[in-house]
Unconditional design. Structure first.
Length: 299
């Protein structure tokens, strides 16, 4: 159900004059007597641009609130939430069952956007036109990343006889974890494949979606993956199983490598944390989701 933006804003503004300190939030008094409320948000670098922009506007509307947003990776954001080291965790992958067990089942998941993970090549790849037109099957994507296909002509004999230079994200990246889960072959997830576990250690490691795009775009034979919102003219997003990644194909779940973006709290949110989450779900927050190239939950 779409939230009422005016009501959300009134809630946020109405809290300014109060003395309530929400769950997990720190409050101090300035010399002038104004209560300053601070809270920490850590985790996914994919979520970070949306949450940073929203936090900046939220602080303009609520001058007594100080929000710190730090991109540390999805795994770190989730572990921080479990350990009480943040007030909100950001994750671009689903919570793992063992993480919920560690948290004693207290993690609350707030999905605030959708995203597709695009399989990308350099726009100047010698066979760019063929790959953009024909695309790849999910099986081929899997066999590239597990090292079975190591030259482009392994995909099709008409392609160049040059190595496929794979790029990947660091362990702990939500984008990598989602990619390893959703790319499958004969029912097996990429992340569970022994060949992949060996091959991935030789791939070029990058720290963010932006660096992934830069790396692949600077290598004619580069092959990688990134959030849909990071695709630009320097790269080509290759169709998978005949479906190109787009807003419509992610929303209707026809594009096979897609995901939700998450905010997490340890126990139900309240006070200023709840007010900020409402702000993300409101008209401004969902507009930022779209402006950053992700897919908002309502239009």
């Amino acid at each position: 159900m779409k939230k009422n933006g005016l009501a959300i804003l009134m809630v946020a503004i109405g809290l300014i004059g109060g003395t309530f300190i929400g769950w997990g939030i720190t409050a101090v008094l300035t010399p002038g007597g104004t209560q300053i409320v601070t809270f920490e948000i850590t985790g996914s670098t994919t979520c970070e641009p949306v949450i940073t922009t929203c936090s900046e506007q939220f602080m303009v509307l609520n001058p007594n609130v100080d929000i710190s947003v730090t991109g540390t990776g999805s795994g770190s954001g989730i572990s921080d939430t479990i350990s009480g080291l943040n007030d909100i965790g950001m994750s671009s992958r689903n919570i793992k069952p063992d993480e919920n067990v560690t948290a004693a089942g207290t993690l609350i998941d707030y999905k605030f956007a959708k995203d597709g993970i695009a399989v990308i090549i350099d726009a100047d790849h010698p066979n760019a036109a063929w790959l953009e037109s024909n695309g790849l099957t999910m099986d081929q994507v899997f066999l590239i990343y597990n090292g079975t296909y190591d030259t482009w002509d392994d995909i099709d004999g008409s392609l160049v006889f040059d190595s496929i230079d794979c790029y990947t994200r660091a362990d702990g990246s939500g984008t990598r974890a989602t990619y390893e889960e959703l790319v499958t072959y004969l029912g097996e997830e990429l992340g569970d494949n022994p060949g992949y576990s060996t091959a991935v250690t030789g791939y070029t490691l990058v720290a963010s979606n932006s660096l992934m795009v830069q790396g692949v775009a600077s290598n004619n034979y580069g092959f990688g993956y990134c959030g849909l919102g990071y695709v630009d003219t320097s790269i080509i997003a290759v169709p998978v199983d005949g479906i190109a990644p787009s807003v419509s194909t992610v929303l209707d779940d026809s594009y096979p490598i897609s995901r939700s973006l998450h905010l997490l709290t340890n126990g139900p949110a309240s006070g200023w944390v709840q007010a900020f989450l409402d702000f993300i779900y409101g008209p401004y927050g969902q507009k930022v989701v779209a402006d950053e190239g992700f897919i908002r939950l309502w239009f």
